[in-house]
Design a protein around this ligand. Structure first.
Ligand code: PMP
Ligand code: GLN
Length: 386
């Protein structure tokens, strides 16, 4: 048989698929793949039924349903102080993942360098590789998950086309401070590069911190692609409605890729998402409070097992160092926990190019019902205290 695409043959199964399967096979509680074990709000789910019974069952426009484009940009203006054109500067995609793929394929030529902060969401690297780009990793090193400014500066070159940043950050839970972000955005401008900022956890920020989009920083509006989706904000990861907000030129290029990948995202879901976003401001305070309670409960629980988790400032993940006396790397240790504690976590090595930086951590997802979190802690306590 003829050879398959070389890039594709080197891809391994996504760690999320592997771990969810292992969790099921071993009847373990799944704190691995990032999704809530409860549904999003019933009023939002009802909107989908309504829109499917309405007149949104044929293709949506390629660039997305106008009501959704409008409401997203209204919130962007209100919360980030930036105005974008509804017709030309936003594209609705099949989840943030498609927006990431389309953006990378739209910008990166073979040989272009792409700076990628590790640990990263696994689709970033795959997209760079498919585009023929050269990934240049910058490691966020635990326990603080900060980066070294000299290292960052050295990683930029005339070949740097794009920087991939995720904020708030999965899996570390970091919400970066102004000085860190300014270091990134200044270098991006200095080298005339583009920046893709994946902000899918934009509303999951704890302790009353304010969140700023990278597009808000000086010189960044027209070189930033801001990506988000409905999945985390409304607890509906299966809906897969995402978007890319970017200048007209960048959006034009993104749309060219989008038209040949999916053409358009699922239409009834876009309509329902638009109506859900109309009520975002009423919904957010309870949403944030609920997740902050989950974070506090779970972090306390991990501490009560004798663990030393890195307290997340945002997202619904927590990174936890593997205690020194367990002589196993994360992949092996997560297997041990699935089998013996019946709790599944993500071994984060596959979020790194330099995998050894991830091998002494486990990622837990706390987007779970209180009873699930309590049950997990009780199982972990039994395991770690014996
Ligand atoms: N970016 C990050 C950082 C994520 O964690 C995820 C998935 N949880 C996504 C993108 C994918 O979002 P979507 O499901 O909307 O494609
Ligand atoms: N982003 C989610 C996580 O970090 C999972 C997304 C997926 O399963 N592809 O767990």
């Amino acid at each position: 048989m003829r050879e398959l695409n070389k890039n594709v043959t080197q891809f391994k199964e996504s760690v999320f698929a592997t771990l969810s399967r292992l969790a099921n096979e071993n009847q373990a509680i799944n704190l691995a793949q990032g999704f809530p074990d409860f549904d999003g709000p019933q009023w939002v789910i009802d909107l989908l039924g309504k829109s499917a019974r309405g007149s949104a069952n044929q293709y949506a426009p390629l660039e997305g349903d106008i009501s959704l484009r409008k409401v997203i940009l209204e919130h962007f203006k209100d919360k980030r102080g930036l105005e974008y054109d509804t017709q030309k500067e936003i594209t609705i995609t099949h989840g943030a993942t498609e927006a990431i793929f389309c953006s990378i394929l739209a910008l990166v030529n073979p040989g272009d360098e792409v700076i990628i902060f590790e640990p990263f969401y696994d689709s970033y690297l795959a997209a760079i590789q498919l585009a023929g780009g050269v990934p240049v990793p910058i490691t966020l090193k635990g326990p603080g998950f900060t980066f070294d400014i000299d290292e960052l500066e050295k990683s930029f070159s005339q070949k740097t086309k794009l920087i991939l940043f995720n904020h708030p950050h999965n899996p570390t839970g970091r919400v970066f401070n102004d000085s860190e972000i300014t270091q990134i955005t200044s270098l991006t401008c200095k080298y005339d590069s583009y920046l893709l900022c994946d902000e899918v956890y934009e509303y999951l920020v704890y302790d009353h911190q304010t969140f700023k989009s990278l597009a808000q920083y000086p010189g960044m509006r027209d070189r930033t692609i801001t990506i988000s989706s409905i999945g985390k904000t409304f607890g509906l990861t299966g809906w897969k409605v995402g978007w890319a907000i970017a200048s007209e030129d960048l959006s034009f290029a993104i749309r060219k890729v989008h038209q040949f990948t999916t053409f358009c995202a699922h239409h009834p879901t876009q309509k329902a998402a638009a109506q859900a976003y109309e009520n975002l401001d009423d919904y957010l305070p309870t949403f944030i409070r609920t997740y902050q309670e989950k974070r506090d409960l779970f972090v306390q629980g991990l501490k009560s097992c004798g663990l030393n988790p890195v307290i997340p400032e945002g997202t619904y993940f927590v990174m936890c160092p593997i205690p020194d006396h367990y002589n196993l790397v994360a992949q092996a240790f997560s297997m041990e926990l699935i089998k013996k504690a019946k709790v599944a976590t993500i071994p984060p090595e596959s979020f790194y190019i330099n995998q050894h930086f991830g091998e002494r951590y486990l990622r837990f997802c706390f987007a779970k019902k209180e009873e699930t979190l309590k049950k997990s802690i009780s199982r972990l306590k039994d395991y770690f205290n014996h």
